[in-house]
Design a protein around this ligand. Structure first.
Ligand code: GDP
Ligand code: MG
Length: 214
């Protein structure tokens, strides 16, 4: 008879997918600030695996397609920002999330095509959450210290909205697995993503840590 505990174990091991993938972009300000190496280092040192990387200058159409992989992007981004203004006791530029979202998307289309970006695909356990944790919150004004955005950049919704541009926060990182899947297909051909093993995976994932002692 199969034990209940064993079934649970199988269920959990299927859910905990070591091959999840996330799309990360070092935005033009990150490249200009010479932070490509720092960004790569942060994800690398935690144990994630880089499976694709390239430098390109995106087009406005690519940027729009990228953010609109989630058809609710404008409403979501607008709602998030309006709430953030209110939480700080400040007045948002508009009460209409869709309008704020449209404004943000237009800003992003100018920002992201202003110079080269580095597009990367990272793989590993809970990669979406881990990458977002290391990257930090969207608005550098409140991104936690110790995160990439918190440590390396200084910007706010208030200043960016006043100056009529997108918030400069160095990095794009996929928000969830569904978004990631769609984004990765947009930026990479299948042949540009490499399946390989890293020696450290045995230490990260091997159940019994076999093979260390001779
Ligand atoms: P992310 O997933 O943390 O990058 O944040 P979102 O997906 O919500 O927004 C995409 C990008 O749009 C952000 O990284 C910022 O560059 C920019 N952005 C988001 N909200 C605002 C806003 O309210 N005002 C401005 N000016 N830029 C914004
Ligand atoms: Mg996002």
């Amino acid at each position: 008879m199969v034990e209940f505990g064993h079934i649970l174990q199988i269920l959990y091991s299927n859910m905990a997918n070591k091959k999840e993938r996330s799309l990360v972009i070092v935005k033009p300000d990150g490249v200009q600030r010479s932070l490509i190496g720092e960004v790569v280092k942060r994800y690398e040192q935690v144990g994630l695996k880089l499976v694709g990387i390239k430098m390109i200058i995106p087009t406005e159409d690519q940027v729009e397609a990228h953010y609109m992989v989630n058809p609710d992007f404008k409403t979501n981004v607008g709602t998030k920002t309006i709430e953030s203004y209110k939480k700080k006791g400040e007045t948002p530029p508009t009460e209409n999330p869709e309008e704020q979202g449209e404004f943000v998307l237009n800003g992003l289309k100018k920002y992201m095509v202003s110079g080269p970006v580095v597009v990367m695909c990272w793989e590993g356990l809970h990669v979406i959450d881990v990458v977002r944790k290391i990257t930090g919150g969207t608005e550098p004004r409140t991104s936690d210290v110790g995160t990439i955005r918190g440590d390396y950049v200084l910007d706010s919704y208030q200043l960016a909205d006043t100056d009529n541009r997108a918030v400069r926060n160095l990095i794009h990182a996929s928000g969830n697995l569904e978004e990631a899947g769609k984004e990765i297909i947009l930026w990479f051909d299948e042949s540009e993503l490499i399946d390989y093993r890293l020696v450290q995976e045995q230490i990260l994932y091997d159940v019994n840590l076999d093979g260390i002692l001779e």
